[in-house]
Design a protein around this ligand. Structure first.
Ligand code: 5GP
Ligand code: MN
Length: 331
């Protein structure tokens, strides 16, 4: 019996919550659990709360049941927090967690603060969806559950290419495939497809990007006025930082977008050596070794300068000694 089954034994009302600005892993894990509970524990009343879920995940069963207004009318027997490394990241969901009689956090962030009563945190797992799969009974994973978890896994692994992808990830993905999911459509539709304006803003961000630290770093920014001009939201900026990261010779990519005047959401990505979770944590954020984020205020110049100092210092520390020159896969 998994820790999830133990927690569900006496629960009647369960709340499932994720992090602010929910991504594919967060949305997939939350809906995966909802569908699993509805199929396996029909006596339990389960509800999902997420802030502004992206419509690109509308093909997932239960998407229309997501509640975006966080009601506090009753204390839930159990609050399951998915893909959130700390309580701040829960946003309004925090109120639900605080009122709940019991709580379970399932996550894969190295920066997780063990904030729930019980925490299942696996920093080596590709995604929260992968960790969650380990808590479910395999033969009870329906096609609908599989669609959700597969979506979560492809989003956090960049379709099985980031180093967080392990043989275990592939084994689980294979098992999910065997339920008959249309994986090609899921990958194209939710990961690669872009709307016309999303392509335009991506193009503009690439055009205006700047390299520094001898080409090892690249940065770009989208200001509020640009977002207004193209009528895009932050969700339309997905994938920009990844395209920046792919630039030949770049070890670290920084992408900023303005949330309010002089306040920026920062996305950091690294390729082979830099630990960006350390840098994001320093500025009050968190994440993973190769993908992390935080929020910073000041002018664009200040923000990039502050980040650059940390990047440069780490790169110096990582420099190979004398004759141990590292060979890059890009050479
Ligand atoms: P992204 O750059 O795509 O927003 O986030 C990359 C990774 O960093 C994700 O795993 C995300 O959960 C984490 N992350 C991004 N922003 C923050 C933040 O402000 N605080 C924390 N704790 N984690 C963040
Ligand atoms: Mn995740």
């Amino acid at each position: 019996m998994s820790v999830l089954d133990q927690k569900l034994k006496d629960a009647e009302h369960v709340a499932i919550i994720g992090h602010i600005r929910p991504d594919g892993d967060c949305t997939g894990a939350c809906l995966g659990l909802l569908n699993y509970l509805q199929a396996v524990y029909p006596q339990i009343e389960a509800e999902v709360f997420l802030e502004e879920p992206s419509v690109k995940f509308a093909y997932l069963k239960g998407f229309d049941q997501i509640q975006t207004v966080f009601s506090q009318e009753r204390p839930y027997d159990l609050c399951v927090c998915l893909d959130s490394s700390d309580q701040e990241r829960l946003g309004e969901g925090r109120k639900i967690l605080e009122l709940a009689k019991d709580s379970l956090c399932v996550d894969h962030h190295i920066t997780n603060t063990d904030f729930a009563r019980t925490n299942v945190v696996k920093p080596d797992a590709s995604s929260t969806s992968e960790v969650l799969y380990g808590l479910l009974e395999e033969d009870k994973v329906t096609k609908e559950v599989a669609e959700c978890l597969y979506t979560g896994i492809i989003h956090d692994t960049g379709v099985f290419k980031y180093p967080c992808t392990s043989p275990e990830t592939m084994t689980i993905a294979g098992k999910l495939m065997s339920t008959g999911i249309d994986f090609s459509r899921i990958i194209d539709g939710s990961f690669y497809q872009k709307t016309y304006v999303q392509n335009q803003i991506l193009g503009r961000a690439l055009l205006e990007s700047v390299t520094f630290l001898e080409g090892k770093c690249i940065f770009s920014v989208v200001r509020l006025k640009d977002m207004k001009f193209y009528s895009v939201t932050s969700q339309d900026l997905d994938g920009i930082v990844e395209q920046l990261r792919l630039t030949k010779g770049v070890e670290c990519a920084i992408f900023l977008y303005e949330i309010e005047s002089q306040i920026f959401k920062v996305s950091l990505r690294s390729k082979y050596v830099l630990d960006v979770s350390k840098i994001a944590s320093y500025f009050g954020g968190g994440g993973h070794v190769r993908a992390a984020g935080c929020t910073m205020s000041g002018s664009i110049y200040d923000v990039v300068n502050n980040l650059s100092e940390h990047i440069e210092r780490q790169l110096k520390e990582l420099e190979p000694k004398e004759d141990g020159e590292q060979k890059s896969a890009e050479d």
